[in-house]
Design a protein. Structure first.
Lengths: 297, 270
């Protein structure tokens, strides 16, 4: 976003209007419905009772929810810890130009384009101890591997699946950042006799800061909303080992049809994400500004 | 760059690429086996090579209609997303107006809302307006995350075009629509391509909303697949073949935009 002043023109709202209508139809109306449900006890379509904040209180005290939230935080944390460094390393080792670069790019990006439940299906097959390559290999190495029976194995398999699925996103972003560094920087570094690490620390990393921010934000949000892949792979089990927030919500809303509590939970879930978004977004804006004020560092 | 260093990087890269391809290879491998072979023996290549699984999918209507349904709503969604996002992105990149930053942030929050939150209200809303089980319902629901994304990407590309071009055109007597279509659009072709690619991709891979809003007439392939898992859990071969076929459109599209994908990701306005 350029800092140079843009002309003030309130008529620009007319250009925004179509987007506003579209998103309002699919965001504001449904959100109001959720708010409406969250304060009522719906016994049947004709009989509903206003219950105020009762559902919110109930949901906040729900032990299962705490477990799901804790599970979710651990998972999102692990996802960021593994995928960000791995993605950067991958971007650094990808060829810069030529057919090798094209081929690598396509192979790396492939996993992003697979429908999410197919991702789950692939790993479901891949991890089976009797017919899957990974499962059978681990079995032969003498590891009693079973993602359906062992809570830790299930959790690790979901994590590995997510790494496989989404590290390419981080890698592509970091790669785009790397390619935007002018050659002059590297020449200067070579003349100064800078080590590989110094080049990474003082040239590449600062230049990738913008794209890495997007990567962290996207990965955090998307891993916080993960649903389809664990649903297909483990169905949330064994026990509740891989039940994350979305999974829990869907079980409540669709499975048990507890409209009130599910709606209250939806709102809390939405607010958690909104809060994180707001903090991260403003932080990124601030970082972008100090970078511009600092000029060339 | 020293030789040893170079080799270490290449080895790491190759190791990752193998990790990336192994699960896909295994599915492709299984799609050419019979169910009996899958369950009875463990082999790296199909022993009794067969096209039967693919034949099943291309001849059984309940399978191939899933692909057609998916393609229809993805196409509708991509068209609507781009049509509404283009003028909006132009407004964000060229003008400042009351509440512009807030509207932009609000748009982004929709990208970050878990679809699970909107599951029930969508179901009720579309039942009320009579759109349940139509392609349009899924296409409209997917606007929730595709419109913000398209605006985000297009705004990045548009901001890269100097404003002098607009001003010159207006002085030359171009009206806004004529300027936008004949001069501006060709300049941001790459951006439109990238935005279309991302809309296609996110609509294609989404399952939760698509499954909830459809039952028979507009049932997408991703939903067909999950129902097969629960109904006849042992039909691994057909499932694998169906999975392979869902990757194909994405792989084709990615080949065309390979030079722009990385750029498109980095263009987002921050």
């Amino acid at each position: 976003m350029s800092v140079t002043t843009k002309p003030v023109n309130q008529k620009a709202w007319f250009l925004i209007l179509p987007v506003f209508i579209c998103v309002a139809f699919s965001a504001i109306l449904p959100l109001m419905t959720v708010v409406n449900y969250s304060v009522q006890d719906i016994i049947s379509p004709e009989r509903r009772v206003f219950v105020g904040t009762e559902w919110f209180a109930a949901v906040m005290r729900d032990e299962d929810l705490h477990a799901a939230l804790w599970n979710q935080l651990k998972f999102s944390g692990a996802v960021l810890l593994v995928e960000i460094p791995l993605g950067i390393a991958l971007a650094l080792s990808m060829p810069a130009a030529g057919w090798k670069a094209s081929a690598t790019l396509v192979i790396v990006a492939l996993s992003l384009l697979i429908p999410w439940n197919v991702v789950g299906t692939i790993w479901q097959i891949f991890g089976r101890a009797d017919i899957g390559l990974m499962g059978a290999t681990l079995q032969r190495l003498g590891i009693e591997y079973s993602y359906t029976g062992d809570a830790l194995h299930a959790w690790l398999t979901v994590l590995l699946m997510d790494i496989w699925h989404w590290t390419p996103l981080v890698a592509l972003l970091a790669y785009a950042g790397l390619r935007s560094i002018p050659d002059a920087y590297y020449h200067a570094a070579r003349i100064d006799g800078a080590s590989k690490f110094a080049v990474f620390r003082y040239i590449q990393l600062p230049k990738m800061r913008g794209v890495l921010m997007i990567a962290v934000l996207l990965r955090f949000m998307d891993s916080f909303m993960i649903y389809t892949e664990p649903f297909v792979l483990t169905g949330g089990g064994p026990g509740n080992a891989t039940t994350f927030l979305s999974q829990y919500l869907t079980q409540k809303a669709v499975g048990q049809f507890d409209l009130g509590p599910a709606a209250a939970f939806s709102l809390i879930y939405f607010l958690i994400i909104l809060l994180f978004c707001f903090v991260l977004y403003n932080w990124m804006q601030r970082l972008g500004q100090t970078e511009k004020e600092g000029g060339h560092d | 760059m020293t030789d040893r260093r170079f080799k270490k990087r290449t080895i790491f890269l190759i190791a990752y690429l193998i990790f990336a391809l192994l699960p896909i290879y295994w599915m492709v491998n299984m799609s050419f086996k019979t169910n009996q072979e899958i369950l009875s023996s463990f082999s790296l290549l199909p022993q009794a090579f067969t096209w039967d699984n693919y034949k099943t999918i291309f001849t059984d209507e309940s399978w191939y209609s899933g692909y057609i349904n998916s393609l229809i709503y993805v196409a509708i969604n991509t068209t609507i997303s781009l049509t509404v996002a283009l003028p909006a992105a132009y407004a964000f990149s060229r003008y400042s107006f009351l509440g512009d930053k807030h509207v932009f942030f609000w748009l982004l929050t929709n990208r970050m809302t878990p679809p699970a939150v909107f599951l029930l209200p969508f179901f009720q809303l579309y039942t009320t307006v009579g759109l349940m089980d139509t392609h349009l319902a899924v296409a409209l629901a997917h606007l929730l995350f595709n419109v913000p994304l398209a605006v985000w990407i297009l705004e990045g590309f548009m901001s890269g075009i100097p404003r002098e071009i607009d001003e010159t055109a207006y002085i030359d007597g171009y009206s806004f629509p004529r300027f936008f279509i004949t001069i501006f659009l060709p300049l941001i072709k790459a951006g439109v391509g990238v935005a279309a690619f991302f809309c296609f991709m996110f609509s294609w891979v989404e399952l939760l909303l698509a499954r909830t809003l459809t039952s028979v007439n507009a049932k997408p392939i991703v939903a067909t697949m999950t129902r097969t898992v629960s109904a006849s859990g042992m039909d691994w071969a057909t499932l694998a073949a169906a999975g392979v076929l869902t990757i194909v459109p994405g792989a084709i599209v990615i080949w065309f935009v390979r030079h722009y994908i990385a750029k498109g990701f980095a263009m987002g306005r921050v």
